[in-house]
Design a binder for this molecule. Structure first.
Ligand code: C2E
Ligand code: CA
Ligand code: CA
Ligand code: CA
Length: 274
């Protein structure tokens, strides 16, 4: 029994080693990704529920490495988030997304910010400066943050959001419904949009609970005067259910996957999703 116990311990140690080594390699690779030109941005259209006009695009970071192939942001963003690398990557994303606006007739760009970026000293000044430098009107920029970013230090977050909104930026609360926000508390925050997490849209057709949650988020958003964007819309049935429920914005593979900048420009010029 003792022997097998040691065996288990050794296997465990080795797999720990392995994952730490992997992390380090990702970290090292990320640090060089910028200068190596391995990063790019993909854009996914966000359409208005009533007429399927493309009103904006979400910018999503892509990393294609020689060593690992394409790496998902869901895997490398949390690693970058643990160091100052996130600021460098985030600035690159923001500048790229702002520059892209010049190629679209009027749509906004929605940019993801991690909690660490959002809590950065003088975040507002930073965003304002970069938008000014790019010659971009704030109302064409939507800032996506998660509940995690704002509920840890709610008072400070509320002030940051208030200032951003006063400057004219749009604010979206991403992955809404998955965090630990109380519905009561979201009144404190200057928001424009709730993005309903994909998991609820996915469950809509199968579980009554998901459909009920979607309906209550839409209702909540509307009664607070916010737009409500459903993420991860994949089927026609979901589109119909969401339009019926009153979701003001839709986003997902049903309309388009995130695409390279050049394709997004064509879509932006087309304006309507079919
Ligand atoms: P997110 O912000 O919730 O972005 C939505 C994710 O869902 C994207 O994955 C998108 O490609 C995917 N998606 C969109 N429509 C559908 C659909 O119909 N079905 C399914 N199954 N998936 C759909 P992606 O691009 O892999 O990004 C994953 C996460 O990585 C993002 O989740 C976001 O949290 C983070 N991320 C991506 N780019 C950035 C960035 O520039 N900065 C920061 N801080 N985080 C980013
Ligand atoms: Ca997002
Ligand atoms: Ca999301
Ligand atoms: Ca997500």
């Amino acid at each position: 029994a003792k022997q097998s116990g040691r065996g288990v311990a050794r296997v465990f140690d080795e797999s720990m080693d392995e994952s730490i080594r992997f992390r380090r390699r990702i970290e090292g690779g990320l640090a060089q990704a910028l200068e190596r030109g391995e990063l790019s941005l993909a854009y996914q259209p966000i359409v208005a529920g009533h007429d399927l006009e493309i009103v904006g695009f979400e910018a999503l970071l892509r990393w294609n490495t020689e060593e690992f192939g394409p790496v998902s942001p869901a895997m490398f963003i949390p690693i970058a988030e643990e160091s100052n690398l996130i600021h460098e990557l985030g600035d690159w994303v923001l500048d790229g997304a702002l520059a892209e606006l010049a190629h679209w007739p009027g749509q906004y760009v929605s940019v993801n910010f991690s909690p660490r970026q959002f809590r950065r000293h003088n975040f507002v000044g930073h965003i304002v400066e970069r938008a000014q430098r790019a010659g971009v009107e704030p109302h064409r920029v939507q800032i996506e943050i998660t509940e995690t970013a704002i509920f840890d230090d709610a008072d400070r977050a509320a002030e940051t959001l208030y200032k951003l909104r006063q400057m004219g930026f749009r604010i979206a609360l991403d992955d809404f419904g998955t965090g630990y926000s109380s519905l009561y508390n979201i009144r404190k925050f200057a928001l424009d949009c709730l993005k309903i997490d994909r998991s609820f849209i996915d469950g809509m057709g199968r579980e009554r609970e998901s459909a009920a949650i979607v309906h209550s988020i839409v209702h909540l958003g509307r009664s607070l005067g916010l737009t409500v964007c459903a993420e991860g819309v994949e089927t026609e049935a979901q589109v119909q259910a969401l339009r019926l429920a009153g979701a003001s914005h839709l986003q997902g593979y049903f309309f388009s996957r995130p695409v390279i900048a050049e394709l997004a420009r064509d879509m932006a010029a087309e304006r309507y999703m079919h």
